[in-house]
Design a binder for this molecule. Sequence first.
Ligand code: ATP
Length: 221
Amino acid sequence: MGLRIHYGGTFDPVHLGHLAIARAARDQLQVAVRLLPAADPPHRAAPGADAGQRAHMLALAIGDEPGLLLDLRELERSTRQPGVPSYTVDTLRELRTELGPHQPLAWLVGADSLLGLTGWHDWEALFGLAHFIVADRPGSPLEQALPPALEAALAGRWADHERALLGAPAGRVLRLQTPLREESASAVRARIAAGEDWRSLLPPAVADYIADRGLYGARRV
Ligand code: ATP
């Protein structure tokens, strides 16, 4: 049974760093990557772009590129269950129910996300549900001492080869082989606000969409 990879995020907006990581995972693991935008948090107006706009930008970024897919399940869940926060652990439980107990399932994250894992809702359940594939990220060193609870949780889980992800349905952690990417969504938003160049951080179709709609305070064209 093949590996299933999902890549969750706010994608506010999706940038070239996200795309590079999704492509690296697709190419290293030889399997499609499903980009999965988070729903808007309940009871709070979306600060930048709303969930529908973020999903639309993802669709524009992916285009018809082979091996990159869009997974809208968190948006659909928030429509079905308005006001209920959407946690990764719930998404992984839903996926596990769909895929059955044996199919290898992996959640792709950046190193900053992995370093913050102990703050995720019901985080200790995560390794029973999925593998993690982690992309290094500037400013989030994985070589240095990790927070003790995370260090303990990761002990014995590091995979030295992608094949290790096929030997179990969940619970292993693989480092993605990919050059560091500097882009971040907050830098895109900050550059728009400061009137600095921001288009070079984004796929052109996403930059055009932002400019057309004046998202994040961008000057309409
Ligand atoms: P922000 O700057 O607002 O924190 P972000 O750029 O991290 O946003 P998210 O949508 O929060 O974007 O990221 C989704 C996932 O992609 C997270 O796991 C994050 O760690 C990872 N990620 C984003 N940008 C990079 C990058 N440049 N290198 C490695 N991982 C990244």
